[in-house]
Design a protein around this ligand. Structure first.
Ligand SMILES: *Cc1c(COP(=O)(O)O)cnc(C)c1O
Length: 300
């Protein structure tokens, strides 16, 4: 089917990317399809926020591909590609030309940056999705930081368990688990995404000794109801994945149609808390540019 002119424009501005597994899942799940398919409303968004509210391109660190906003942790961009370009992505306007620390020199510069700041104990490998890289490349990034005595946690931030679960092989999980410092943070937004394949991918990680957590994004029309959220949290727990955060949609351009009003988000957070135990209950937070932490929404 030929896309409409509006959709063509949306794709020209925010490219469409989806691996075969994601397309197949979208064909079965409306909630997932909305995260994958371009929408003409992406172009109607108020541009007040611009594409880069967190000034990620400003590169405060002065170190290629590395961002530090908090004293004890840094984020390192390892790739600028994903298995699927989520339409709600916080970096949707930035990713294509994001700086990625790939060469040996760039990676050593990031490692040096961490070594010069002994307070840093948690390194996030993000992107893009680090798992678009071959296993050896992933391990090169992981080892570079895990080898530092000051680093307690290397966080692999990947949506692969959800959008391309076959990528999370037992072999890769074993190599990551062997390091002893690797945690995986992934993203599931709806119980439909907890397919047998996705559950297997999570099991590969957990069975290899890797703590797996989920960062969900609160999305209008996808998961903005108490039942949808509770179904997801329960499905995550069955897969031994810890629900970690539920994020308010970031104030980036092109995602306004996904944004859930703050008062509604607070109501959802309260209702969920009354219906599920603490281990199944993530923190509902908003990432506010300039704030000193991911802000619990009840404080907003
Ligand atoms: C969100 C974020 C982190 C991680 O924050 P947590 O609250 O520990 O999950 C680290 N660095 C940057 C730049 C971030 O945006």
């Amino acid at each position: 089917m030929k896309p409409s002119p509006e959709i063509e424009k949306a794709i020209a501005k925010f490219p469409f990317v989806a691996c075969p597994y994601a397309r197949a899942l979208a064909a079965r799940s409306e909630a997932f399809r909305r995260q994958m398919e371009p929408d003409a409303r992406e172009l109607e968004d108020d541009e007040a926020f611009g594409p880069d509210p967190f000034d990620e391109e400003g590169e405060a660190s002065g170190c290629f591909g590395l961002k530090q906003r908090f004293p004890d942790r840094v984020l390192v961009m390892t790739s600028n590609a994903c298995f699927m370009n989520c339409r709600h992505c916080t970096r949707k306007g930035l990713l294509q030309h994001a700086e990625v620390a790939r060469s040996d020199e760039e990676l050593s510069a990031c490692v040096n940056y961490v070594q010069e700041r002994p307070d840093v104990r948690d390194v996030l490998l993000s992107g893009g999705d680090p798992l678009v890289l071959p296993d050896d490349e992933v391990m090169r990034f992981v080892r570079a930081f895990a080898d530092l005595g000051q680093v307690d946690v290397v966080r692999l931030c990947t949506r692969a368990p959800c959008v391309n679960p076959a990528r999370v092989t037992r072999d890769l999980a074993a190599r990551l688990g062997h390091v002893g410092k690797v945690w995986v943070n992934t993203q599931f937004n709806h119980a439909d995404e907890m397919t047998p394949e996705a559950v297997d991918a999570c099991a590969n990680l957990v069975n290899a000794g890797i703590p797996v957590s989920c960062q969900t994004v609160l999305l209008a029309g996808v998961n903005d109801s108490v039942e949808a959220l509770l179904d997801l949290f329960r499905a995550l727990q069955r897969a031994r994945v810890r629900p970690y955060y539920v994020f308010q949609c970031d104030p980036v351009e092109g995602v306004a149609h996904f944004r859930v009003p703050l008062e509604k988000a607070k109501r959802l957070a309260r209702k969920c808390a009354e219906r599920i135990g603490g281990l199944g209950l993530p923190r509902f937070v908003a990432d506010i540019p300039g704030s000193t932490r991911k802000m619990p929404i009840e404080l907003l």
